[in-house]
Design a protein around this ligand. Structure first.
Ligand code: NVA
Length: 375
């Protein structure tokens, strides 16, 4: 679609999608055949200072105030950036080789400080995990209200792409802009940080999509108010938003539950039990994830995630997954269930806090939006 704006006295503006956007975004689950995807970038990554309450809450929510005081943020070593860039490019090449259109975020200056009337942020964060802040539900692109101050402008790197999808016919919306005042961040009796209910706040990676059913994790990276907002948007369109409470209290759901194909789910045995498994998944076949092989936290000595990041896999289609090559037992289990594996490596996944699901955002999959996998 090409639209031309002939404004008198102002020349001509032509609105066209970028050349690589030829169809609208359409992605309704985690496993249907993949057609287009965003693969993140490590360049320019900055780890936000833990002295900021929103960084403590979402990056180090297992540490108390004393422990987090010893944590350093800032730019990552050049070697970490370069090796991560190589690994992401290798992933992108593999996906291209499978016929998938791969988009990359454009460059953003994550080191630049910025402020609002309520707070200052010493820097941004990164474009490494495009999964985190954008939720695609069918043909609608939803920018989610991240509780992390440093991530306020992160989606600048995807703006050109979303502009293209809008021109191609997608809907593109943003949740109410969060204010992220100090009152959004509390401390519990155990001394650990808490996300309050001041305003809707959640990240897209708190959500897993499965046709007309979505699983929303209530945790430090997503509050009940955020769930209510998402339900207010999607409920009237026929979607069901299932709260996932008391399963994993920290950041993001995708090292706890992975939806592999209709009827088959991978579960983290240290977090999910017979008692707390989300209701709709009770009737699905389960793979209990084997113990993860510890891959270490690389040159930075600091980790933004647990070893369970190894189960943060990307389904290319219901029979093919990209999985951390170090996780031999998991790979064997998947193969026993008829899922072939493309083993890949992200050498600094834990330092940067993102596995294969995190570092990608599937924008087009072949799946009927609103399919009912639980009916
Ligand atoms: N915070 C999670 C990783 C989420 C992708 C974990 O540490 O297991």
């Amino acid at each position: 679609m090409t639209i031309t704006n002939n404004h008198p006295g102002f020349g001509t503006a032509t609105l066209e999608p970028p050349v690589d956007v030829r169809r609208r975004a359409c992605s309704a689950d985690e496993f249907s055949p993949l057609r287009e995807i965003v693969v993140g970038r490590a360049a320019g990554a900055v780890i936000p200072q833990a002295s900021d309450p929103s960084a403590w809450l979402t990056l180090y929510s297992h540490l108390d105030a004393g422990q987090v005081a010893a944590v350093d943020g800032g730019a990552l070593p050049q070697q970490v950036i370069e090796e991560s860039e190589e690994d992401l490019e290798t992933l992108a090449e593999t996906l291209r080789g499978l016929g998938v259109v791969v988009h990359r975020p454009s460059g953003v200056d994550h080191a630049a400080p910025f402020s609002t009337p309520h707070w200052d942020s010493a820097s941004g964060m990164y474009s490494y995990c495009p999964r985190d802040l954008t939720l695609i539900v069918g043909e609608t692109i939803i920018e989610t209200p991240s509780p992390v101050r440093a991530r306020y402008h992160e989606l600048d790197g995807l703006r050109e792409l979303f502009r293209g999808y809008l021109l191609a016919g997608s809907a593109w919306i943003s949740a109410p802009k969060p204010q992220l005042r100090d009152s959004l961040y509390g401390v519990g009796r155990d001394g650990l940080p808490v996300l309050t209910e001041d305003e809707p706040a959640f990240e897209a990676a708190n959500v897993l999509r499965c046709g007309r059913d979505l699983f929303y994790q209530v945790s430090t990276s997503g509050n009940e108010f955020g769930r209510i907002w998402l339900e207010s948007l999607l409920g009237p369109q026929g979607y069901r938003v299932h709260p996932v409470r008391d399963v994993y209290p920290h950041t993001h759901l995708d090292s706890t539950i992975s939806l592999l194909r209709p009827g088959l789910v991978l579960l983290n045995p240290s977090r999910v039990t017979e008692d707390n498994i989300p209701g709709p998944l009770r009737d699905w076949d389960r793979i209990w994830c084997p113990e993860m092989r510890e891959t270490g936290v690389s040159a930075t000595g600091q980790s933004l995630s647990s070893p369970w990041l190894g189960m943060n896999l990307l389904m290319v289609n219901p029979e093919l997954a990209v999985v951390d090559s170090a996780q031999h037992e998991l790979i064997a289990q998947l193969e026993r269930h008829g899922i072939s594996v493309l083993p890949h490596t992200l050498r600094h996944d834990r330092a940067l806090g993102g596995g294969f699901h995190c570092v990608t955002l599937d924008t087009v999959r072949d799946a009927p939006a609103g399919a009912d996998y639980f009916g």
